[in-house]
Design a protein around this ligand. Structure first.
Ligand SMILES: Cc1cc2nc3c(=O)[nH]c(=O)nc-3n(C[C@H](O)[C@H](O)[C@H](O)COP(=O)(O)OP(=O)(O)OC[C@H]3O[C@@H](n4cnc5c(N)ncnc54)[C@H](O)[C@@H]3O)c2cc1C
Length: 512
């Protein structure tokens, strides 16, 4: 009862548990399922490399994460992560372009306005933001230069100037905070430019709030350098979990929190009810009850929604705050081939985009030379794959052997994806030999990541979510309600805020 109970063994829960245990607290980590890592899931590929079913890259400017990786002895495993490349494909409106073709407006099958011509999806997006928050591009450049050079006071001053421009921004007379992201794009771009962004950005336009999304763009460095872990991204939560147990922490796997009550109806103690799961993650019907004074719910929105609560657990704004963010669906389909046929098209790394249902194609991701991240649909595009949801999987048990422990894809989904890949690249490639499919919109998940809805005071909601239980020590650690939703830095940043502001920990020694 005197210790801390942390629920959820994703990177946020593992980090919180590790920090508390190293700080000599008695901690028990409860994990539904039997895998550590949550939305970081690295499936080993036979012959080397990883299929990253969840998070796959980190931005090197995320200093706390880089410092943590160094502290954990993982910095040596960081390798460059390739993103856009001039030779990569943009296949849209039936035309096969290379990214470098955007410099030649006549090749682009969209009737763009004069100031839009020559711009790709990223550049058009920035054009739209600039028209709403004048000076955005310059301020972003200045801010990130100051961050890179360690000039903290300058960075804070540029950020304040940006905040003031952002606070004053109006879209067709309405404050930015009340306007959705698609509306900002529609207000600033011609219909054809908007279509180009929607078709070729790779990610479906999300319906979230413009103000919070422009903040995310501001915090993303202009020419971001991305890295990944050559030993798989899951090495991060695993290393945290190992250190947690080495520091005396205890893990209870196969325990899904299903109910929270205020014990005895009063005081600062919680009674937690767990459903006991079997190895396959099925509810055995057994229930386990635990009492704790300090509880950390390291869970995303969907998981929190599913927990029943007794009276007085959460304050009056809980229900509204919980719904302040909106889940974004995403799925990943990996295909393995006997030969990397895409190399003959001059493609070896990074991503291509398309208006076809694949949306994004990544070449040889995770260091696996015969692998494609063949489809990465998000939002409404992910739903287009629902029709392939059931049926026989491709080549089992071969697919199981190629992707060690990865969820299989149905043969129909694989055949469809392969057809689209051939169309996209203008080739007749031999069929794939194995496949792996993960849909983060399906049970037990409710979304891959989240975006803030319009009209929310993000800072106030985030602060309330970190301490949502009046008079008690119950906290939410999650990337969902942060300034970096949908990211590992968001989850870790939120954990640090809870640890320092509510659980009495000092900043970690490796961060100085
Ligand atoms: C497809 C995809 C791509 C992404 N790409 C990137 C990227 O490139 N870079 C990046 O930084 N971020 C990326 N992200 C986001 C990143 O993965 C998340 O922000 C981060 O992993 C969130 O960690 P978390 O611990 O907060 O939550 P989660 O990882 O969701 O962990 C929650 C844990 O709680 C468990 N759980 C759920 N319900 C219960 C319950 N009732 N009781 C007990 N346990 C429970 C879950 O099983 C899970 O283990 C991506 C995510 C996805 C899905």
């Amino acid at each position: 009862m005197g210790g801390v109970v942390v629920i959820g063994a994703g990177v946020g829960g593992c980090y919180t548990a590790f920090r508390l245990a190293v700080g000599s607290r008695e901690v028990t980590l409860y994990a539904s399922g039997h895998r550590v890592g949550g939305r970081i899931w690295s499936v080993p590929v036979r012959g080397g490399g990883w299929a990253e079913l969840g998070a796959m890259r980190l931005n090197t400017e995320a200093a706390p994460v880089m410092a943590l990786l160094k502290h954990l002895g993982l910095a040596g495993a960081l390798v460059p992560f390739s993103f856009g490349r001039p030779e990569n494909v943009v296949r849209t409106r039936g035309v096969l372009l290379r990214q470098r073709d955007f410099a030649h407006p006549t090749r682009i099958p969209y009737r763009l306005g004069k100031r839009e011509r020559g711009s790709n999806a990223d550049e058009l997006t920035l054009l739209a933001v600039e028209s709403v928050v004048p000076g955005f591009g310059r301020l972003r450049e200045e801010y990130h230069r100051a961050v890179r050079e360690g000039r903290d006071a300058d960075a804070a001053s540029v950020r304040a100037r940006y905040r003031s421009a952002h606070g004053a921004a109006l879209v067709q007379g309405e404050p930015l905070v009340e306007v959705s992201w698609p509306r900002v794009l529609a207000s600033a771009l011609s219909p054809e430019a908007l279509r180009l962004v929607a078709d070729t950005d790779g990610y479906d336009l999300h319906p979230g709030g413009a103000a919070a999304w422009i903040d995310v763009l501001f915090r993303t460095p202009p020419r971001a350098r991305y890295v990944t872990l050559s030993c798989g991204m899951e090495a991060l939560p695993r290393a945290l979990h190992t250190r947690f147990e080495e520091a005396g922490g205890r893990t209870r796997r196969g325990r899904r929190l299903c109910r929270i009550d205020r014990a005895g109806g009063t005081g600062g103690t919680y009674e937690l009810t767990f459903a006991v799961e079997d190895q396959a993650g099925r509810d055995t019907g057994r229930r386990e009850r635990v009492r704790a004074r300090t509880v950390v719910l390291a869970l995303p929105q969907g998981a929190l929604r599913r927990i029943e609560t007794g009276p007085g657990v959460f304050g009056p704004s809980w229900a509204e705050d919980l719904e302040a963010v909106e889940p974004v669906r995403a799925a990943k389909l990996f295909l393995a081939y006997d030969e990397p046929w895409w190399r003959a098209c001059g493609l070896r790394a990074g991503r291509s985009t398309t208006d076809l249902g694949l949306r994004q194609v990544w070449y040889e991701p995770g260091g696996a030379s015969r692998l494609l991240l063949a489809a990465y649909p998000t939002g409404p595009s992910a739903s287009l794959w629902d029709r392939f949801g059931t049926g026989p999987a491709l080549g089992e048990p071969a697919s199981g052997a190629m992707f060690d422990g990865g969820p299989p894809a149905t043969a129909a989904a694989v055949a469809h994806a392969h057809r689209l890949l051939c169309r996209m690249h203008g080739v007749q490639a031999p069929p794939p030999v194995a496949a792996c499919w993960q849909d983060w919109g399906r049970h037990p998940h409710s979304g891959a990541w989240h975006v803030w809805r319009t009209g929310r005071d993000t800072e106030r909601v985030a602060a309330r979510m970190r301490a949502p239980s009046p008079g008690g020590s119950l906290h939410v650690v999650s990337d969902c309600w942060t300034e970096d939703p949908g990211s590992v830095p968001g989850a870790l940043g939120c954990a640090e805020q809870v640890l320092q502001a509510h659980l009495g920990l000092s900043p970690p020694p490796w961060s100085s």
